[in-house]
Ligand binder design. Structure first.
Ligand code: PEP
Length: 249
């Protein structure tokens, strides 16, 4: 199957102050000196996007948001719209991260609506799916992620750039990872679900793996068939760790 270029995205979550822009700058300088063999994306908190965009200057590191509201504007205190992310300099956005699904009650339908909003604002969505430990132990991982793909991916992504991210909830921030065989099995299921929903338009979108990706395991995970990149949390906060993962492509 035709594979698109790998994508390595860093999710800073609710971490990062102005002083941490130094990490983004170190990343930029390293990639200017020795370009990456993949796309590199940083998703800082919304408060840093504009400053980071100025610092990075549209070069080797692309910028993404971590969430957006499904509406374009209005009385939604504390929320950020997709158009605001674009305006600040983001070109991608993570949607349906398990911390949003679990902590903010986001349903598949919510994620699909946010994805529509992101596309309308010209953003490239990275749509996250993944099973809980209980679901994995009950043998439901593939059924759960297939259902999440069917419900969270709107038809309007067909023909637009987008990515999926398979992130087992129990692997996020825990140091635990599935075996390489388990990762491959779920990625193949995500691909099938995507093709089931979109037909041939589901053939090439990269399917990232996320969940405790570190410099030590990145090369093995990135070599798994159907793994189109990585969504990296903790290890993306320091330029050196993130660079080691990028160099593993
Ligand atoms: C994430 O939050 O998307 C993630 C994968 O986190 P970590 O790499 O820290 O497990």
């Amino acid at each position: 199957m035709k594979q698109s270029v790998k994508l390595i995205a860093g999710n800073w979550k609710m971490n990062g102050l102005g002083r941490d822009l130094a990490e983004a700058e170190a990343l930029k300088l390293a990639l200017e000196a020795d370009p990456a063999a993949c796309r590199v994306v940083l998703c800082p908190p919304a408060t840093l996007i504009e400053r980071m965009a100025r610092l990075l200057g549209g070069g080797a590191v692309e910028l993404g948001g971590q969430d957006c509201h499904a509406s374009t504007a209005g009385a939604f205190t504390g929320s950020v719209s997709a158009g605001m992310l674009t305006d600040a300099g983001a070109r991608l956005v993570i949607l349906g991260h398990s911390e949003r699904r679990a902590g903010f009650g986001e349903s598949d339908a919510d994620v699909a609506a946010k994805t529509e909003a992101a596309l309308a604002a010209g953003l490239e969505p990275i749509i996250c799916v993944g099973e809980t430990l209980e679901q994995r132990e009950a043998g439901e991982a593939i059924a759960v992620v297939s259902r999440q793909v069917a419900g969270s991916v709107p038809m309007s992504v067909a023909g637009r750039p987008f990515a999926l991210a398979y992130e087992p909830v129990w692997a996020i921030g825990t140091g635990l990872t599935p075996t390489l065989e388990e990762i491959e099995a779920v990625h193949r299921a995500v691909r099938l679900a995507l093709q089931g929903r979109l037909g041939a338009a589901g053939d090439v979108a990269p399917i990232l793996y996320g969940g405790s990706v570190k410099p030590a395991n990145a090369a093995d995970i990135l070599a798994v068939p159907e793994v189109g990149g990585a969504l990296v949390g903790g290890a993306s906060l320091k330029a050196n760790d993130f660079l080691d993962i990028i160099r593993a492509v």
